[in-house]
Design a protein around this ligand. Structure first.
Ligand SMILES: Cc1cc2nc3c(=O)[nH]c(=O)nc-3n(C[C@H](O)[C@H](O)[C@H](O)COP(=O)(O)OP(=O)(O)OC[C@H]3O[C@@H](n4cnc5c(N)ncnc54)[C@H](O)[C@@H]3O)c2cc1C
Length: 395
């Protein structure tokens, strides 16, 4: 049987492509190596802008609505910036991914769980996909197999040289502790070079994690995690027995994520925000764009699968590029960044508008830069001349 599309991986990116294509009446087969519901290393915070582009709601699985954050620097100097409007939702990835997979199934996609895609070969008229359950044929293959995508690496030849290292733990906690952490997330800067730590409250647990955008931290990330967990007041008395490491393939430079009859979405295409580490929104967004291109191609419109490169370049890359500039600056100069955040809390309201999808990273970056220009001239001159020492800025 020749499928219109085969999707490798059923995280938010693969489930979205499967759902969108099946809804349009295409013949879709999707594989995941795991059986759902399955654990996924993730903080599980979904931005309002991600919720807004999903074609269905997920209210029944929301664990906590988020209105803002308490920021700290090395677990000290707390600044609480809480908005009147919601900025995001804490969810549990087991439930969220299962819901998305069920939506795809409900729309008519054929789902095979516990089947691993091991390779593929492209011919002129179709792609042959090799799996642990045999060979399958499709007009288009979608790589949605996450951060360690074998399809992106072997067939699209993507160079995922830049990635963040991360560690996360889901810790069951008592109601009393959770009641003190309602409707906000906790973000600490300065606890790890080139990164941050988080505590995201869920209905019965906390997602605690740390991520760093530098491979220099590789091998030491668990140490930083333990140090943060030990210092952080809201984790006082909690014993973290189990933690999970993973990588975050953040956006670094534009790449050709579609070639011939194969294209990549989500983490498999390195579509993760290099400042915040937000990937779920970009997984859904790229999944939707991929589905538009595939259905147009199957419908014989004048479009090629490779046009997906141009569309992603126009619709996703500009935001990720601007997020990269913010990340570069903040993680290079965390102490200066924190001083600005402390003295200008309204700046974070501006950032919340980016998370809500009302503002852009480009605007936010420009605002941050204008605040820096207003700092004492001596600091700026030294910053521009590159004379600021790590002592001055990193603390
Ligand atoms: C510690 C950590 C915290 C994070 N926190 C957040 C957060 O709070 N908010 C946010 O927006 N983003 C967060 N992210 C990023 C987010 O998890 C990812 O960007 C997102 O999951 C990408 O979705 P995806 O569908 O592309 O990939 P994934 O969710 O990784 O899904 C890939 C799927 O492919 C399957 N698969 C893999 N290989 C194969 C194969 N060979 N054959 C078949 N199936 C295969 C896997 O089992 C998996 O189900 C975090 C990431 C990490 C590591």
């Amino acid at each position: 049987m020749l499928y219109d599309a085969i999707i490798a991986g059923l995280g938010p990116a693969g489930a979205t492509v499967s759902y969108e294509l099946a809804k349009k009446g295409l013949n879709v087969l999707a594989f995941d190596k795991e059986k759902f519901p399955r654990y996924k290393v993730c903080g599980g915070c979904i931005s309002l802008k991600a919720k807004q582009i999903l074609p269905f709601d997920f209210d029944e699985i929301v664990e906590e609505k988020i209105y803002g954050a308490v920021f700290t620097y090395k677990s000290k100097r707390p600044v609480s910036i809480i908005s009147k409007q919601v900025i995001g939702y804490n969810i549990n990835r087991e439930k969220f991914d299962n819901l998305l997979k069920e939506k795809a199934k409900g729309a008519g996609a054929v789902i095979k769980e516990g089947v691993r895609v091991t390779g593929a070969e492209e011919c002129s008229e179709h792609v042959v996909i090799k799996t642990s359950d045999g060979f399958f044929k499709a007009k288009v293959l979608v790589a949605a197999d996450g951060a360690n995508s074998i399809i992106s690496k072997n067939l699209l030849k993507l160079d995922s040289a830049e990635y963040a290292v991360a560690v996360e733990a889901e810790i069951p906690v008592e109601k009393e502790r959770l009641s003190r952490l309602k409707e906000r997330i906790f973000i600490d800067f300065g606890c790890v070079p080139y990164g941050y730590a988080w505590v995201f409250p869920k209905s019965n647990s906390l997602s605690v994690g740390i991520a760093a955008l530098s491979k220099k931290v590789n091998g030491k990330i668990k140490e930083y995690f333990r140090e943060f967990a030990h210092k952080e007041k809201i984790l006082m008395g909690i014993d973290i027995a189990k933690m999970y490491g993973w990588t975050i393939p953040y956006f670094n430079a534009a790449q050709k994520i579609a070639k011939g009859r194969i294209l990549a979405v989500g983490d498999a295409a390195d579509l993760v925000d290099p400042f915040l580490g937000e990937g779920i929104y970009y997984a859904i967004k790229s999944g939707q764009l991929a589905a538009q291109v595939i259905s147009a191609k199957i419908g014989d419109e004048k479009i090629e699968i490779e046009d997906y490169n141009r569309i992603v370049e126009a619709e996703i890359y500009p935001e990720l590029e601007a997020a990269g500039k913010v990340g570069n600056w903040v993680y290079k100069y965390p102490r200066l960044w924190y001083r600005i955040l402390e003295s200008e809390p309204a700046l974070m309201e501006k950032y919340y508008s980016v998370i809500r999808g009302e503002g852009s990273y480009k605007e936010f970056y420009e605002t941050v830069m204008s605040k820096i220009k207003k700092r004492p001239w001596r600091l700026i001159t030294r910053l521009i001349k590159g004379h600021l020492t790590s002592q001055d800025l990193r603390g």
